[in-house]
Write a protein that binds this ligand. Sequence first.
Ligand code: URA
Length: 182
Amino acid sequence: MGCKRCPLWKPATGTVFGEGPANARVLVVGEQPGDAEDLSGHPFVGPSGKLFDRALEELGIERSRLYVTNAVKHFKFERRGKARLHKSPNAGEQRACRLWLEGELARIRPDIVVCLGAIAARNIFGPAFRVTRQRGTWQTLADGTRAFATVHPSAVLRQRGDEARHAAWRAFVADLALLLDA
Ligand code: URA
């Protein structure tokens, strides 16, 4: 909780670790905490988390059975007036945080890893992974763990127009449906 391996700890409210049962079969990786997560100390509780919850609900999957974490454990942001705008963590910040994600993977030993967005996917599959081309397809990690990636829920929220947002939502739910027969 007191990690200072990269400079992101300083402006952040606190470290946000993963949450979920130690015997979870599925470990979900996001990018980094956002504003709501930084303030509450819990992963995926803001707008992206609510959208993720809705997708799980539609599929009949209980979030309480998943271990949900992020590639980076501190919120990186830029102040714009009162707002704190999300900034993507750079390669050094991701590298500094890697041992925590590796620690979580080693402790939970999930059967399945789900990556939400490109930053999570590249941390799990390596830098050549392309979410746009490889989303929604099973991959096998070096230790035999099965894994897949989909977009980050914020990519669904960012779509302009009802039609585009609905299509992005359906595609997101369809990717996560891989969990149903896994
Ligand atoms: N986005 C993420 O990637 N993770 C969170 O915990 C919240 C928003």
